[in-house]
Design a protein around this ligand. Structure first.
Ligand SMILES: Cc1ncc(COP(=O)(O)O)c(C=O)c1O
Length: 389
């Protein structure tokens, strides 16, 4: 075993190393693989957005924005949420523009979770939740979503709640499974948290990417849940600009006060020119309302292209991810399968085990369809050639 340095011995996250995303990124770059792994679009954003940022910079909006965000942008966010979900958030006190959804998640957990607290979340999960909880000296409690539908077992949640439970983290539409909450899920979440002081942290970065005419069942649609929820969203996901690092949080004022205390020392404020550009851009609701149809076309294309592949696709109700099963034609682990897909077929995906802290392997891979049509076609063509093993 390698000898650890004193710094390594005192690491706050000793088991966190280079993520599988980086490993796969490197391997796929080496093999010039078609990249269906990353959740970042490979197509450009609307040129109007770039023009908006350029204009804001040229007009001299290059210094700190107000700590909680540009007033005009916060007003538009509050208006959007009121019109789509029927919830009223005071833009002055209950809307916070963050430097990405990731920062929103950190500020919310950092502001509200104490050492010794327990935080329930569901695996497979986005990778940042558990490490952020651990950095607060708190305990992440991972519950597994039930396959094949990746649904929450609410009886299990009820059983996992203890007097130390401070927060439950939910994510709908869900990365990596593409599953979405139903009205029933909201009712169950309301029921299990009733008469507790548990805060819900709701990661809704894919709120505008819900398919098949369904509506997004976010916390803002349920008054009883909204009262105890912090909702996190991402302009990066909504407007195809994941590198711009702007998102937002919504929460009742008492919760928001605590979140802002972290945000002001972590970031102080989000990027100024981007906020001007988003404020201008999202004054037309079509900019976000068109997103579901845009991604549904990509999902449908991918599903039809993969119909003759050996993989069994699981249904995706939202987000820009699809899961594909291979256990019926191969005994390989999901990581072995992903490596073989890169080296032998030139296509990069992500093993689902990367989204479990205990490495659970259900012989499933995740594909991202946030890609241009040529990439989707080339990726699907490679996946259709895969030979059983
Ligand atoms: C579920 C989920 N939450 C949060 C994020 C982070 O969003 P942002 O890029 O705005 O930090 C991602 C990005 O992949 C995600 O998939």
């Amino acid at each position: 075993m390698a000898i650890q340095t004193p710094v390594q011995q005192r690491s706050k996250l000793p088991d966190v190393g280079t993520t599988i995303f980086t490993v796969i990124g490197q391997l796929s770059a080496q093999h010039k693989a078609i990249n269906l792994s990353q959740g970042a679009p490979n197509f450009p954003c609307d040129p109007k957005l770039v023009a908006g940022v350029t204009k804001a910079m040229q007009e001299g909006h290059n210094q700190y924005a107000p700590m909680t965000g540009l007033a005009s942008l916060k007003q538009l966010i509050a208006d959007k949420v009121a019109s789509l979900y029927g919830a009223e958030y005071d833009p002055a006190e209950e809307v916070l523009v963050t430097a990405s959804a990731s920062e929103g998640l950190y500020s919310a957990i950092g502001g509200l979770v104490h050492p010794g607290d327990e935080v329930i979340y569901f695996e497979p999960s986005f990778d940042s939740y558990a490490p952020i909880v651990r950095l607060q000296g708190a305990k992440p409690v991972a519950l597994k979503l039930s396959l094949p539908d990746f649904t929450v077992d609410w009886d299990e949640v009820r059983a996992a709640i203890t007097p130390r439970t401070r927060m439950i983290i939910v994510n709908t539409p869900h990365n990596p499974s593409g599953q979405v909450f139903s009205a029933h899920d909201l009712e169950m979440l309301a029921a299990v948290t009733r008469d507790t002081d548990i805060v819900i942290l709701s990661d809704e970065v894919y709120e505008h990417i819900v398919f098949d005419g369904k509506k997004h069942h976010g916390m803002a649609t349920h008054p009883q849940l909204a009262e105890r929820s912090v909702i996190v969203s991402s302009f990066g996901k909504t407007f195809h600009v994941t590198g711009w690092r702007v998102g937002y949080c919504l929460a009742p004022a008492a919760l928001m006060d605590e979140i802002c205390k972290v945000h002001q020392f972590l970031m102080f404020s989000a990027d100024t020119p981007m906020q001007y550009a988003f404020a201008d851009y999202m004054s037309d609701p079509q900019t976000y309302l068109s997103l579901a149809a845009f991604y549904q076309r990509k999902r449908d294309l991918m599903q039809s292209l993969l119909a003759d592949s050996p993989f069994e696709l699981l249904p995706s109700g939202g987000s820009f991810f699809l899961l594909a099963r291979f256990g019926h034609f191969s005994d390989e682990s999901d990581s072995e399968m992903v490596k073989r897909l890169i080296t032998d077929y030139g296509v990069a995906t992500i093993p689902l085990s990367a989204f479990y802290t205990d490495g659970t392997d259900n012989k499933i891979i995740r594909l991202s369809f946030a890609k241009d049509e040529a990439t989707l076609r080339a990726g699907a063509e490679a996946l259709c050639r895969v030979k059983p093993r």
